[in-house]
Design a protein around this ligand. Structure first.
Ligand code: TXA
Ligand code: MG
Length: 310
């Protein structure tokens, strides 16, 4: 692995794209100071240019790229490194690609906890812009093979570290306004953030849609239609089950978690959606998931995956 990390760092410094593991999902990385490399991310993913990227940095370098107030420092000290992205005022002159923040005067920063991601950042010596390594609108990759299948042609190298342990993307928290705003539920739960920050605005941000461009209604979508909160079988459907008691009569069943454990369900969600996304089924049915803790992030992804396609 050290050799592969060194090669990946070399590719990043030369402007190429690299697939790499984080604790949440696999990222499609580029040197965040290289405008052309960042542009290549948008091209590879088919991602709309109004949707900005997360910039990955080691904890101790974060303040070079954004302005931290006391509140941001406290949150970063508590949850970094880890699955939390902070949207903060962008620091001028820090050399970040303008395309990475899609022209906004803010930047989304994350200090990942995965040891391979940390080694890669260290070896590269540059901030790494990285969205999830999937085609835009599709299911996020939790294994290196998912990255290879969807984006292999566009990537110089994929660092394989097995399954991403959290399985859902980072929580995106906007700290640019007076009241912190949850832009995307994820690996750090709303309850954890509320315990630290008090009131948090959820969903839409006062400043309008351009502030939260990634909150597209349809996202994370498999090819098959999804049916949510299912309690009765449709015989041609495959079932994503949660908890020990399931309705009978489905064509196939995969258990997000047999013991109704939300962390286990989060870790399994995207890989199981991919496994069931096969033409022999008429759709994917999903049992109800409790809407607290990580369940909020799971339900967010399920609702977007089930939303009408544009
Ligand atoms: O767990 C993760 O966050 C993964 C791994 C690879 O770190 N990355 C990821 O990136 O999920 P992506 O591009 O799929 O999602 C980034 C989200 C989008 O919803 C985007 O709109 C939002 O962050 N975002 C990025 N910059 C922003 C900004 N300046 N203001 C508001 N939202 C921003
Ligand atoms: Mg994504």
């Amino acid at each position: 692995m050290p050799e592969a990390v060194a090669r990946a760092a070399e590719f990043l410094r030369s402007g190429a794209l690299v697939g790499f593991p984080t604790e949440t999902v696999y990222g499609l990385g580029a040197d965040a100071t290289n405008e052309r490399a960042v542009a290549a991310i948008f091209a590879a993913k088919g991602r709309p240019h109004f949707n900005p990227l997360i910039v990955h940095i080691p904890v101790e370098e974060a303040e070079a790229f954004a302005e931290f107030d006391a509140r941001a420092r406290r949150i970063a000290a508590q949850f970094w490194p880890g699955p939390l992205t902070l949207v903060l005022p962008r620091r001028a002159g820090a050399g970040l690609s303008l395309l990475a923040s899609a022209g906004l005067d803010t930047v989304a920063l994350r200090a990942p906890a995965h040891p391979v991601a940390q080694k890669l950042m260290c070896a590269t010596g540059r901030p790494i812009a990285a969205p999830s390594a999937n085609r835009s609108g599709r299911v996020s990759p939790t294994e290196a093979a998912h990255v290879a299948a969807e984006l292999g042609d566009a990537i110089a190298l994929i660092l394989d570290a097995g399954r991403a342990p959290v399985g859902l993307e980072s929580t995106v928290l906007d700290l640019t306004g007076e009241v912190p705003a949850l832009l995307r539920p994820g690996g750090i739960t709303l309850e954890q953030l509320q315990a630290s920050l008090g009131a948090i605005a959820i969903g839409k941000v006062a400043a309008g849609p351009a502030r939260s461009p990634g909150m597209l209604a349809s996202h994370y979508a498999p090819s098959l239609p999804l049916r949510l909160n299912v309690t009765e079988a449709h015989p041609e459907e495959a079932l994503l089950a949660f908890g020990p008691n399931i309705p009978a009569g489905f064509a196939e069943v995969l258990w997000l978690s047999h013991s109704a454990d939300l962390a286990e369900a989060a870790a399994n969600l995207f890989a199981m959606l991919r496994r069931l996304d096969r033409p022999e089924f008429s759709g994917i049915a999903v049992m109800p998931i409790p809407n607290h803790g990580l369940g909020r992030a799971i339900n967010d992804r399920l609702h977007r995956a089930a939303a009408p396609r544009p």
